[in-house]
Design a binder for this molecule. Sequence first.
Ligand code: NAP
Length: 479
Amino acid sequence: METLLGGQWVAAGTWLEVHDPSDTRTPVARVPALGAADVTRAYDEAEKGFALWRRTTPFERARVFHETARLLRERAAGITDAVVTENGKTLLEAGGEVQKAADFFEYYAGLARAGYGTLVHDARPGTRTSYHHEPIGIVLAITPWNDPLLTPARKLAPALASGNAVVLKPASETPMAALHLARALHDAGLPAGVLGVVTGRGGKISAPLLDDPRVAAVTFTGSNSVGESLRSSLADRNVRFQGELGGKNATVVLADADLPAAVRAVVAAGFGQTGQRCTATSRVLVERSVYADFTGLLLDAVAALGLGSRETDTLSVGPLVSTGQRTGVLDHIARAVREGATVLAGGGTPKDEAHAHGCYVLPTVLGDVTREMAVWREEVFGPVVVVRAVDGFDEAVEEVNDSDFGLAAALFTRDLRAAHRFAEEADCGQVSINTTTTGWDVHHPFGGFRDSGSAFKEQGTEALRFYTRVKTVAFHFGA
Ligand code: NAP
């Protein structure tokens, strides 16, 4: 596939290979591996694109967005196939991702036309003062492989709706979905240069991507290690940074909870997308009196899960994104077992021929887990759920908050007081009562606290704060 630079579809001298995680034997596609000169060209083009786009009316921006959404829906079958092929999501999960990406453009099409500014009082007689939001300039968006279409859409829609130009750097494992999105925007009439897509290994083109003085803001979703190094490398420059990083999300099940509903939520949030979601439930804290009942139901549900990305069964779990990711997940399980955890389900790879060449790990449940274990504290990013008994609400909340991360947490209970206390006391950016830690709509502000995030939320109207700056204007018209 070619990539988009300056309104042209371009190739390169060298290529990045894309593999299907359900069968990694041969590459399924290739995309250009761009170099430093191409990155500089992307910024040259973005400069021209920004000059035009910032003056394009919100009505025209909205028209481009509605057409983009329409094209994404019209092309859904092909884009879904690309997401399944490069990421390993199931058909159902990938299909949902395409629809939600279209939703982002429809939602921000409306917002692009909303709110012009605010008129405020001025103590000076005969003076009218207002403030309004304006675009910040060229935004660098760096995205991971786990939602290869959705994460670019979540960033591009508010960034472009606000009048910025964007240079997008998608993950090297999954560049095809981002290129489909770029093609939809291009075909919908987005002017040349407003969006450039830089495919290529992030580690190799980091300096030209980040050091260019024309970058006004960097929005990054990915690992804590990369995110923190980007944050510190930008800290002495006046460049805005938004980081959406890892999570270690807990679901708490109190004794009065609807246990089957809690099990359904833990299975959906723990094993959906093969656990490769920043909001995945990876820790479950169960009140001791219902621990055995809950764990029994959970193990029954996990035993019913199938494997395979092209299965149409809603209970199917796809492969991990790559052999490297599979090795990392298996290492986490092995370490947990060495430290004393018990494998209650899964714990390894499937042995049948049908899954022999894919990056599969069996849906895994671990018990006898202590708070000191790495599997309790570190993000695994795979189909691994650990279960622990707790003595009551206070201990549960204390354990939920005993984490460097603060992205998502859920509580299952019928007690209104416990529910409200949890919403107040859970030190996380996304809190759910009697539902999953995952699954936030495009208009719900989204982002974590502490090591999971930054001061700026994504999604909804909140996202516009990151992509705009505020100008205050005073008009003196005389007494
Ligand atoms: P990653 O290794 O940090 O990579 C993310 C992106 O950064 C990729 O595009 C990568 O490019 C690029 N990159 C890597 N090193 C770079 C550098 N030195 N300079 C510039 N760019 C660089 O993360 P990942 O493994 O793809 O994604 C998984 C992580 O994302 C998990 O920790 C997960 O929790 C987190 N995540 C968070 C959220 C959230 O909203 N909080 C959502 C989804 C995922 P290459 O692919 O070319 O290396």
